[in-house]
Design a protein around this ligand. Structure first.
Ligand SMILES: O=C(O)C[C@H]1C=CC(=O)O1
Length: 96
């Protein structure tokens, strides 16, 4: 199942910089692990914002929920999720 996930990150201005660096490093490691596993298919920075647009490929709504909840930056994120399906004009056979 494919989902578009939009993540806006809002870090409090007074948050400890060293702790923030740790969280960002942990977030990057997990994100790249999920990309290698094929669960996190795409991630794009939204220009000019601390935000991304991502495509996830997971088995269920519950799996997506569980993945998002494990993100180290989850407590600082506003997340919007939209389910995707194949577009009738798509030429990509592997789109589902
Ligand atoms: O920077 C972000 O968009 C937030 C988050 C998502 C993946 C990652 O490495 O950080």
């Amino acid at each position: 199942m494919l989902f578009k996930v939009e993540m806006d990150v809002n870090i409090p201005l007074d948050y400890d910089p060293a702790r923030l660096d740790e969280l960002k490093a942990a977030e990057k490691a997990l994100s790249q692990e999920l990309q290698r596993a094929g669960k996190w298919r795409h991630i794009w920075r939204v220009a000019g914002q601390y935000a991304n647009v991502s495509i996830f490929d997971v088995e269920s709504n519950a799996e997506l929920h569980d993945l998002l909840m494990t993100l180290p930056l989850f407590p600082f994120m506003d997340i919007r999720v939209a389910p995707l399906c194949r577009h009738p004009s798509s030429i990509h056979e592997d789109d589902r």
